[in-house]
Design a protein around this ligand. Sequence first.
Ligand code: FAD
Length: 468
Amino acid sequence: GEFTEEVEVVVIGGGPAGYTAAIRAAQLGKEVLLVEKKKLGGTCLNEGCIPSKTLISVAKQYSTIEKWAEMGMNISDASIDLPTLQKWKQEKVVNLLTQGVAGLCKANKVNVVEGEAMFANEHQIRVATEHQTVLYNFQHAIIATGSVTVELPGFSPDGTHILSSKEALELNEVPKHLLVVGGGYIGLEIGTIYRKLGAEVTILEGLPDILPQFDNSLTQVLKRNLNKMGINVITEAMVVKEEKRSDKEITISAKVKGELQSFTAEKVLVAVGRKPNTSGLGLEKVGIETNDKGFIPINNKCQTNLNHIYAIGDVAGEPLLAHKAMYEGKIAAEIIAGKASAIDTETIPFVIFTDPEIAVVGLSKKQAEEQGYQVITGKCPFKANGRALSLNDSDGYIEVVADAETNMIIGVQMAGPEVSNLISEAALAIEMGTQLEDLALTIHPHPTLSEVMQEAVENAMKLSIHTI
Ligand code: FAD
């Protein structure tokens, strides 16, 4: 039978966007139902950000063992036990976080239902759980259904030879040779993990360069290190088809700069992008518009074309990042609770957890000039920083971009150690309209990596002490 219940706010999807919106709406006094068909935490906690960063940090520690001898530390036979690592990752990182989300929902009185939601009409949602179907009358709905991987025709993940990013992050054995199709950040991050754990890694990228949206000098630092690590990055390489496979190997063909070549590997990771997850939601039925790429367009209050229905996170468009998803989740909840709130997406940091890491926020010099700014820049390399040298990890630099008229910081570009953590100061600076002088006058503790930021600012002011 079908029950009908009343609810103020229904949130569809329990990823970073959805659980954040649900908790914030509940904090602001709303009665909230959160519907999740798989696992709380969504892509990010279960198969994206968190599992990948866990393996990245372990692979990084493992790979630095090579550098130990020069620093006087000697250990004999280090080895990696992947099943133990995977178990630890699942139990001590992922599960802890997803259970944490469940606990937070409970503490905030968010009603979590495991089931699949679809719109019945503009004010009703149908939720199919294992045992029953319930119809909910809602006042506000928030669509937070995220994104799914784009498949390459003829290369559907089969869990053995052809892997999605999810499966690649769950391997229990380091492949002898991993072929990565797609040189975006996901392919680069996972390729780096398995290279550091001992795999031979080849990355095929269709475009003339990897990460074309970033400054060339920034990606240059990364490319140098990919090369040094022995990762083979092949650009202008378009995959054609599978040629043959055996138990242990798969051979595919690709057009490289127009010429047909074949590549044999133990596993192929397909990481060619993500697309919005809207199938089966019944959007057409209620008249919720999507754009040509399938994303749900929203205004600065996260409202769809129906103003009592919101969309947030990956399903609402680029950038497909967890912190953008959580940010929109808070805004949507605040709007529903009657607060004055709006999205401002100019200072969303973008981080790539490669080695070295890359992190940017605001405008690059080129972008700023294209927008008509008169620009001043300042740069400081990590080689000039005592802490970076003591970590034996000093590739890269920080570049600050400021508006010459106002001296305000409008962008920061980073490549180097821990820049994923350092970028937040830059985001704050831009968000607060900080002038170069303010940051230069802020005393940064010595010796820390954060001094490179201060030094880059001083360099822009032509007052730097430790760089020329
Ligand atoms: P999701 O996390 O995808 O959650 C959507 C949820 O909705 C899912 O749990 C799904 O089961 C549920 N759902 C869908 N349809 C229904 C329905 N009809 N009924 C009920 N439930 C439904 N981002 C970063 O910021 N930093 C990173 O380092 C990073 N690394 C990544 C690494 C990988 C390998 C991948 C794949 C992604 C990574 N991302 C990273 C991106 C990040 O995971 C996403 O931006 C983020 O998860 C988006 O959150 P979301 O809540 O919009 O969607």
